[in-house]
Design a binder for this molecule. Structure first.
Ligand code: MG
Ligand code: MG
Length: 255
């Protein structure tokens, strides 16, 4: 596989497999989203994820990755990412729940995430989800030949901070392909230490802003995984896998 400054460049065949892997991820997320309602345990979505994988003959990317114990990351309210599905945690009206999911198809990963409101949510939570989704769109729009890697984070951060929210620093986006996490790391903020990386056709990037209502500081719970906002604020997470084309960014994780 061709590389540019340590970043794998996908050819048309590889991009086609990744498109299919990511399309499946989007379909799975659609199934989860359709099942969101007050009163269901978050384990329901793990069951949907596993059932989806067996129906479509793909493997979940996260199960067993660095010993992560589930197929799905399911994070509610102040949980940011890497939350555990649970049969004890029931969704309640007004919650926001983030699903982060990936699958492996023919050796290539797909990865996407979205945050969903449970029933009617507060104005602030709705705005948080909207701004995070919009910031992802801004970051994706910056993922084009002629730009640098840092332009993605700058675009995300500008939008988020203009609306009074903060960008989480602790977790970043990533290159993706034969590995779930490949070079480069993709911060969602301007990172002065980031080496200059001119974006190239064939780069596959998982862009995933995580946004908080308060401070961006997070803590990790004793389970070793679940990241929560230290100040108890709310957070939202949206992610798409994108391939940089000669004519601009192509979002792969669409149904
Ligand atoms: Mg993800
Ligand atoms: Mg990711």
């Amino acid at each position: 596989m061709k590389k540019y400054r340590g970043v794998f460049l996908k050819n048309a065949n590889e991009a086609a497999v990744m498109r299919e892997a990511n399309r499946l991820v989007a379909l799975a997320l659609d199934e989860m989203e359709a099942a969101v309602r007050p009163g269901v345990p978050t384990m329901l979505f793990e069951e949907i994820a596993r059932d989806f994988c067996s129906r479509h003959k793909v493997r979940p990317s996260f199960l067993g990755y660095l010993d992560f114990p589930f197929a799905l990351c399911c994070s509610v309210n102040e949980e940011v990412v890497h939350g555990f599905p649970s049969d004890k945690r029931m969704l309640i009206e007004g919650d926001i729940v983030s699903f982060d999911f990936g699958v492996i198809l023919d050796g290539f990963h797909g990865d996407s995430a979205r945050t969903i409101g449970v029933g009617t949510v507060s104005e602030q939570k709705q705005k948080l989800m909207d701004v995070t989704r919009e910031s992802l769109a801004k970051g994706i729009a910056a993922a084009r030949v002629g730009n640098n890697l840092n332009d993605i984070g700058i675009a995300v951060q500008r939008h988020v901070e203009a609306h009074g929210f903060s960008v989480i620093r602790r977790f970043v986006g990533h290159g993706i392909g034969r590995h779930l996490h490949e070079k480069p790391e993709i911060p969602n903020y301007f990172a002065p230490g980031l080496p200059d990386l001119p974006l190239q056709e064939g780069m596959a990037l998982a862009i995933e802003p995580m946004v908080a209502t308060g401070s961006y500081e997070v803590s990790v719970l004793e389970d070793g995984w679940t990241a929560v906002m230290r100040d108890g604020g709310m957070s939202a997470h949206f992610e798409h896998t994108v391939i940089v084309g000669h004519d601009g960014p192509h979002i792969l994780s669409l149904p």
